[in-house]
Design a protein around this ligand. Structure first.
Ligand SMILES: *[C@@H]1O[C@H](CO)[C@@H](O)[C@H](O)[C@H]1NC(C)=O
Ligand SMILES: *[C@@H]1O[C@H](CO)[C@@H](O)[C@H](O)[C@H]1NC(C)=O
Ligand SMILES: *[C@@H]1O[C@H](CO)[C@@H](O)[C@H](O)[C@H]1NC(C)=O
Ligand SMILES: *[C@@H]1O[C@H](CO)[C@@H](O)[C@H](O)[C@H]1NC(C)=O
Ligand SMILES: *[C@@H]1O[C@H](CO)[C@@H](O)[C@H](O)[C@H]1NC(C)=O
Length: 407
């Protein structure tokens, strides 16, 4: 037991001189409108789904009342298209007066009154991605003050309509500006996604000092292809990405699309399992008024969330990839592990993956381990290190194992 825990301690000591705002010691959980609701501003013809205070308040109610909040889903955030097309007479960002007639401060108050946190969106550049006023270098301070005055708890700062040199100045500058407001505001930086996500163009040491989370790669779309692309990219580049994350500083593979139109039930489990292994932020982007029981069952699985929120905050890695299978493993507190076995095949029949604990390089506790199937919520048994077990994985599906030492 001594060696691995020592390694973990040393690893933490090396990795985490994170942003000093004390926030997001575990990955943030909440709701974001973007993937599901996009820039729908047509409140005249689509009043229930347009980006408006009505939509945000409705989702706030669902999160507060339908069991999400108790599980840790606590941020209710805005994305693009909330603002008016012009700043106000004093140069401050302001909400669209028709879609947000009560203003953002009142909306934040509403979210807070339900015991939840409120996040907002801006863009470091001349415009947001959808053409609303951006935060330019000379408006960083005033925007930070505006957000703090509205009692915002998180800022996602996108990167459309600016070049690399503006970003290199602006992202650190906003970090300082947020700190100067005196209000703890979690800071989500889209910066690396605009620079290819990899060193040498991206300096993850610097990002860990100025941001709490960051998008590394492409936006997610509502499809299995998009999900697989993202998983493959994180697997391929894990030696650069995995060490970058830890308490207070997270890689963000983007929103969860579970509950939408593009994924089957088995594919939805893949996103949940992989986001859990990756220690990823869990931002749901679906319609919580109409979410299916199946999708809710996946997103509200308490053991999955327990693993995602592990206090060590060490993201997992892909440890094996062969013709059909990928195996991902994450080390957890108290010598526990999570292992995801992903079947990438589309040839129609579930496949058996044969393994033992030694093969998975889980052998600190020589007595053996108890193994649980997290998503099926079942106990598979206690296993000696060399006992072979067979895991049946559906095509484009996953099995997520939780593994606890008997020692
Ligand atoms: C600002 O930074 C200082 C020093 O790094 C830190 O102690 C303080 O908690 C920060 N304040 C906020 C509001 O983030
Ligand atoms: C942003 O605006 C400035 C000043 O008008 C202009 O020089 C610059 O090219 C613009 N940048 C982008 C990326 O649109
Ligand atoms: C980047 O944008 C800034 C501000 O718009 C401009 O002043 C600068 O020349 C641009 N730099 C490059 C390398 O294009
Ligand atoms: C990355 O950023 C860190 C912290 O600001 C700095 O010490 C280091 O020199 C940077 N590395 C590179 C390669 O620029
Ligand atoms: C899964 O499928 C994607 C897309 O076809 C491919 O790039 C990737 O290498 C596959 N992974 C495995 C383990 O077969």
């Amino acid at each position: 037991m001594l060696l691995p825990s020592l390694r973990i301690l040393l690893g933490l000591a090396v990795c985490c001189s994170s942003l000093d705002n004390g926030l997001l010691r575990t990955p943030p959980m909440g709701w974001l409108p973007w993937e599901r609701f996009r820039c729908n501003i047509d409140c005249k013809n689509d009043p229930e789904n347009c980006i408006s205070e009505h939509l945000i308040k409705t989702m706030t109610d669902r999160i507060a009342e339908d069991g999400w909040k108790e599980l840790g889903y606590e941020y209710v955030n805005l994305d693009d298209c909330w603002s008016a097309k012009q700043r106000d007479s004093q140069g401050r960002l302001q909400a669209d007066p028709e879609r947000f007639p009560s203003g953002i401060k009142a909306l934040a108050d509403y979210v807070h009154s339900k015991g939840l946190k409120f996040g907002i969106y801006s863009d470091l550049g001349n415009y947001t991605c959808d053409g609303y006023p951006g935060t330019t270098l000379d408006t960083i301070d005033i925007d930070a003050k505006t957000f703090a005055g509205w009692e915002v708890d998180m800022l996602k700062l996108d990167g459309c309509f600016s070049n690399s040199s503006v970003k290199a100045i602006g992202y650190p500058k906003m970090s300082i500006a947020l700190n100067k407001t005196g209000r703890p505001i979690a800071y989500s930086c889209s910066w690396p996604a605009y620079e290819g996500g990899l060193p040498p163009k991206v300096n993850y040491t610097l990002l860990g000092k100025i941001c709490n989370l960051w998008r590394n790669f492409d936006d997610i779309d509502d499809s299995w292809d998009s999900l697989l692309n993202i998983i493959e990219w994180y697997g391929k580049n894990q030696d650069n990405l995995q060490p970058a994350a830890g308490p207070g500083q997270w890689n963000d593979p983007d929103m969860m699309i579970i509950g939408n139109f593009g994924l089957s039930y088995e594919q939805s489990k893949v996103q949940m399992a992989l986001w859990t292994i990756l220690a990823a932020p869990l931002f749901i982007s679906t319609d919580l008024r109409t979410i299916s029981d199946d999708a809710k069952y996946i997103l509200q699985n308490p053991l999955t969330i327990y693993i995602n929120q592990d206090p060590l905050g060490i993201p997992g890695k892909r440890i094996l990839k062969n013709h059909h299978f990928e195996v991902w493993k994450r080390a957890l507190i108290n010598g526990q592990y999570a292992v995801a076995i992903l079947n990438n095949g589309t040839d129609g029949t579930p496949r058996l993956f044969a393994a033992n604990l030694v093969l998975l390089e889980i052998s600190d506790c020589t007595t053996g381990y108890k193994i649980y199937d997290v998503l099926e919520q079942s106990f598979l048994g206690s296993f000696a290190l060399d006992t072979v077990f067979y895991i049946k994985v559906t095509p484009t599906g996953v099995v997520l194992l939780f593994i606890r030492p008997l020692c």
